[in-house]
Design a protein around this ligand. Structure first.
Ligand code: HEC
Length: 282
């Protein structure tokens, strides 16, 4: 019934990948239970210290492990693999059964349950994308220049701290066609980020956005041929959805490609860079 943002052919866009505790309409349970803004997990503040203490003795340039896990850029591509290895307690390698015998060792580099939970939350949360700019079709030759422009803008910007607000629909909640989630928080900073990106991409020949920036995320579209009864049901369901004010920081900017397939568009990231200015710990 709901078509995710559809596009024809291969299209490109730049998104702010956000550490939101939400995967479209599947709300994160702990956030629901608490019903209040949860502090976002960030790489610099929460994950990097764990990697430094527990992983980098091996995962660094020139040491035994296959890849360094020092910077954000080095770690992010391994996120899924990190999650599965740490949840299974295969990493860090520590061949002592924690449930029997002596429980405390000097140099114990195994992870605490809390550290595992933090890493898992970081990995799981990288699933909300706010599209900052659609690029449309693009020649491959432009990729490098676009990546450089992104790096420059992202590197000079503190990622806005945002909150997901209420769910709504255009044109009205009773006749929903386009479903969206509103945004609150540092929306002005998000607007500035979008303007800066637009300006530097305009220099590369991508037309500037003429529509005013709007602070909501499109989460789906309703098919043209949906029956009125279905629309009414959907409207009622949407009206009843309560979105807890979930806080998130966008922690990276992503250049993505979407290819329309039979099951809807497939997104793949071509380039990603971290937002540059690190926020001081709250
Ligand atoms: C004692 C050294 C050591 C420590 C400490 C260590 N690792 Fe590893 N890690 C390795 C080695 C060696 C491999 C390659 C062999 C393998 O895949 O098991 C590896 C492989 C991995 C892989 C699999 C890479 C792939 O190919 O998918 C991941 C993910 C990983 N480590 C994450 C971590 C994380 C996260 C930590 C810290 C919580 C950590 N490791 C701590 C030595 C270490």
């Amino acid at each position: 019934m709901i078509d995710m943002r559809s596009a024809v052919g291969i299209r490109f866009g730049v998104a702010l990948a956000a550490l939101a505790l939400l995967s479209v309409l599947g709300f994160h349970e702990t956030a629901m239970a608490q019903g209040s803004a949860q502090p976002p997990v960030t790489f610099t503040k929460d994950v990097a210290p764990i990697l430094q203490e527990k992983c980098q003795s091996c995962h660094r340039e020139g040491y035994m492990a296959p890849m360094p896990l020092v910077t954000y850029e080095e770690s992010r591509p391994w996120a899924r693999s990190i999650k599965s290895r740490v949840s299974a307690r295969h990493m860090p390698p520590w061949h002592v059964d924690r449930t029997v015998g002596i429980q405390h060792f000097a140099n114990d580099r195994s992870l605490t349950d809390e550290e595992i939970a933090t890493i898992v939350r970081w990995v799981d949360s990288g699933n909300l994308h706010l599209t900052l700019k659609f690029l449309g079709n693009m020649q491959e030759g432009k990729l490098r220049a676009v990546a450089m422009a992104m790096e420059k803008v992202a590197g000079a910007t503190v990622s806005p701290r945002l909150y997901l607000g209420p769910v709504g629909a255009f044109p009205t909640i009773n006749r929903p066609r386009v479903l969206w989630v509103g945004l609150g928080g540092e929306v002005e900073a998000l607007r500035e980020l979008s303007t800066a990106l637009n300006q530097s991409l305009a220099r590369l020949g991508f037309p500037r956005e003429t529509r005013p920036f709007s602070a909501h995320v499109t989460i789906g579209r309703v098919r043209e041929n949906a029956a009125p009864s279905v629309l009414r049901q959907l409207g009622t369901a949407l009206g009843a959805v309560f979105v807890p004010p979930i806080g998130f920081d966008g922690d990276e900017m992503v250049l993505y490609q979407s290819i329309l397939g039979p099951g809807g568009p497939l997104y793949s990231s071509l380039f990603r860079c971290a937002m540059g200015v690190t926020r001081p710990p709250a």
